[in-house]
Design a binder for this molecule. Sequence first.
Ligand code: TYM
Length: 343
Amino acid sequence: MFFIIFASMEKREVVLSGIRPTGHLHLGNYFGAVKNFVKMQDTNDCYFFIADYHSLTTHPHPDNLQGNVRQVLIEYLAAGLDPEKATLYLQSDIPETAELYLFLNMNAYLGELERVTTFKEKARKQPNNVNAGLLTYPTLMAADIIIQKAAKVPVGKDQEQNLEMTRTYARRFNKMYNTDFFPVPKAFNFGEALVKIPGLDGSGKMGKSEGEGNAIFLNDDPKVIRKKIMRAVTDSGPTEKNQPKPEPIENLFTLLKVVSKPEVVAYFDEKYNDCSIRYGDLKKQLAEDVIAFTTPFAEKIKALDASDDYILKVMNMGAEKARANAQKTMREVREIIGFRKIY
Ligand code: TYM
């Protein structure tokens, strides 16, 4: 008699997130998102993609689009993502996403889409290009997430509202068709508040398009990093002991907290609180700690840049797995909606 022993295979939670290919990754992308991607890849069924459909809202030139997609993939790998552990892919390799986006748009309303903060900000920044893709950005994001039936979405603070919209659209679909087909996913940061890394210009967040000198990129040259940090906005210094830090100073401390040792942060905190701080010293220390942090990335980025075959292999591997999963979801979605079964 033969006994067949099945290894008990625990079902791992699906984790998904993406980044637009609009330039090099910066410290905000890393500490808000990619750091958690790397942490989660060992224990979850992870899908990390490059949101090239989303980047079309700003009408990139085809050559730039391809180059930027390749660059983000290289930077994912340089940051420690492993294609054997996580599924790494391009959004446009999963055209089923566009079909789900269409279905979700039928139940997405103008009023709620117009109220999204990122839409309002972008409409203000690019008044001559307020296109429908910009308005329906959250439904495309919802399609990305629920097509893989993700439960957790590691993102930075700026994506919190988009994730709320995804939850709304998943619930709305389930309610409309009286099903529990789509899990309702959560923005995730290991139980902590979502991260917002500030820029160097005194206010707001670090961003790819926030102006010259605002962001530090993982592949920045040490000289460039020193220059950007030395030029960061400060003020004339504290005048009273233990006074609260104004935003530009708080921002420098936030950066220090993510790249420097706790004793370094404590040292400058004490200096601030007893009014003996010299911002030049703080900036020099911050610059050296940022450089120590980014140098290994910059080196890996350079090495991967010469590995065309490998990059292509990673893209194809990821596309195959992510697409098969998405196709399965869409076969069921079509049936739920009431379309003719074609296969
Ligand atoms: P994108 O490309 O703007 O940003 C990618 C990730 O980086 C995080 N991030 C930050 N986190 C902290 N501080 C900052 N200064 C900072 N700047 C950026 C973002 O929160 C994000 O996690 N809409 C997404 C791309 C996307 C997506 C998705 C994400 C498309 N579909 C589905 C998750 C799930 C975006 O614009 O990312």
